[in-house]
Design a protein around this ligand. Structure first.
Ligand SMILES: [Zn+2]
Length: 109
């Protein structure tokens, strides 16, 4: 698995030392990327870490492909007045999202 901390070097250091503490077999690469072939390192394990440290409030784990997860700040979207479509993941301005979601055939009450 590849854990991409979205250029947050400090975060990747913290996650790397947490995983090492738990004796997971991981490698800290450059550019805030952690790689591992240890099957015990899972998305759940990362989520547990984010919850335990309270980081879950500002960070989210985004599965990128079957082998990669990205850990990035939630505010990146909301900070710019953007919202994400709950159906397809399309990101747009909040005002435009309603008409976008309607295009999926949802009735907004
Ligand atoms: Zn959509």
């Amino acid at each position: 698995m590849i854990i991409d901390c979205a250029f947050d070097e400090k975060l990747s250091d913290e996650i790397a030392s947490y995983l090492k503490e738990k004796r997971f077999d991981i490698v800290k690469e450059k550019d805030s990327i952690i790689t591992t072939s240890d099957p015990r390192v899972t998305k759940d394990e990362l989520e547990y870490y984010l919850k335990k440290t309270g980081k879950i409030k500002e960070l989210q784990i985004i599965p990128s492909d079957s082998d990669t997860v990205i850990i990035a700040k939630k505010v990146m979207i909301e900070h710019f007045g953007l919202s994400r479509c709950t159906i397809c993941g399309f990101v747009t301005y909040k005002e435009d999202l309603i008409s976008h979601e309607r295009s999926h055939g949802i009735q907004i009450m």
